[in-house]
Design a protein around this ligand. Structure first.
Ligand SMILES: C[S@@+](CC[C@H](N)C(=O)[O-])C[C@H]1O[C@@H](n2cnc3c(N)ncnc32)[C@H](O)[C@@H]1O
Length: 299
């Protein structure tokens, strides 16, 4: 993350696009923990794609591993594999090592602090997983090409990008103007475009991930989408996560949302309000994430 290291950024970034990954750590970690059923399905699918003869996955890299939830799940699902979690943020790598120790995979899971894409080590991975990270890199096309080069022949690249924005509430929640989440999505898309434009070295790229994988020389390119479907009533951990996420959304979008929607969000994140997401009965979590895969040609 050269050029915009979080610790050099002391302004209150109201409505801005700067992301402090260390501060976001707990949110990333609960998002990934809640997404475990989705991640396990995706990992099961990848295992089928990589190992026609089972147990052949020797080296797995999780690039942009965040707090390491997926990296630990890979280590658990592939007992013969060594997993390398790569991220730019030391604090998140520390969380990863703590999780690896808790989940009993510390002997097969290493961590590496590196800035993407230039800091990636040489070496040949059997499987590279990179989830919701390439969109933070200026040259997304170049980053896909770099990852493809790090695969051994017949190795598999899996890029998690896109899917569907999450739904958490009915269209009409009895307060405010119906359709709040669709308006949050629209405002978030504009925020995302500003964020992309402000990434150092940002290059405009058509975000056609299968085409980017093919352009990097990968074959058997395919995409599959996995669903996270947690119906109401939600348990307290998912509710707390949703409250934290809505709080962050409100902060990021406070300059663009209208007063009525901000007032609705204030009630939704109020822990004492019966209409808040900690207490209302109708809150759920439905989301979808797409995994794009390609195989490096065998020589
Ligand atoms: C949105 S999080 C995704 C975490 C996890 N893979 C997931 O899907 O939940 C993006 C991660 O990429 C890392 N990251 C972003 N830009 C990076 C860069 N240029 N170099 C290294 N790591 C970077 C951040 O530290 C963060 O952990």
């Amino acid at each position: 993350m050269a050029g915009h290291h979080p610790h050099h950024h002391h302004d209150h970034d109201r409505g801005g696009t700067h992301l402090d990954w260390e501060v976001l750590g707990p949110l990333l970690e609960s998002h990934a923990e809640i997404s475990t059923p989705l991640l396990e399905q995706a990992i099961g699918w990848l295992r089928g794609l990589t190992a026609p003869g089972a147990g052949t996955v020797g080296e797995v890299w999780d690039v942009g591993s965040g707090p390491g939830v997926a990296a630990c799940l890979f280590a658990q699902a592939l007992p013969a594999a060594r997993v390398l979690a790569v991220d730019g943020e030391d604090a998140l790598l520390r969380r990863t090592r703590e999780r690896a120790a808790r989940t009993g995979v510390a002997d097969r899971l290493g961590t590496l602090r590196a800035d993407l894409p230039d800091g990636l080590p040489a070496g040949q991975a059997d499987l590279i997983w990179t989830s919701r990270t390439l969109h933070h890199v200026g040259d997304q096309r170049g980053a896909v090409a770099t990852l493809a080069e790090r695969l051994r022949p017949a190795g598999l690249l899996a890029v998690v990008e896109g899917g569907l924005p999450a739904r958490r509430l009915p269209r009409d929640i009895g307060i405010g103007r119906p359709g709040l989440e669709a308006r949050l999505d629209a405002a978030t898309e504009d925020w995302f475009s500003r964020m992309r434009a402000e990434v150092p070295g940002a290059k405009e790229t058509v975000e056609d991930w299968p085409a980017l994988l093919a352009a990097a020389g990968l074959e058997q390119v395919r995409s599959r989408t996995f669903l996270l479907d947690l119906p109401a009533p939600l348990d307290v951990s998912v509710r707390s996560y949703l409250r934290a996420e809505l709080t962050r959304t409100r902060e990021g979008l406070q300059d663009v949302l209208d007063a009525e929607d901000l007032a609705t969000l204030d009630r939704l994140i109020d822990p004492d309000d019966e209409a808040g997401v900690l207490r209302r009965p109708d809150v759920f979590l439905l989301s979808a994430q797409t995994v794009h895969t390609g195989v490096r040609p065998a020589a």
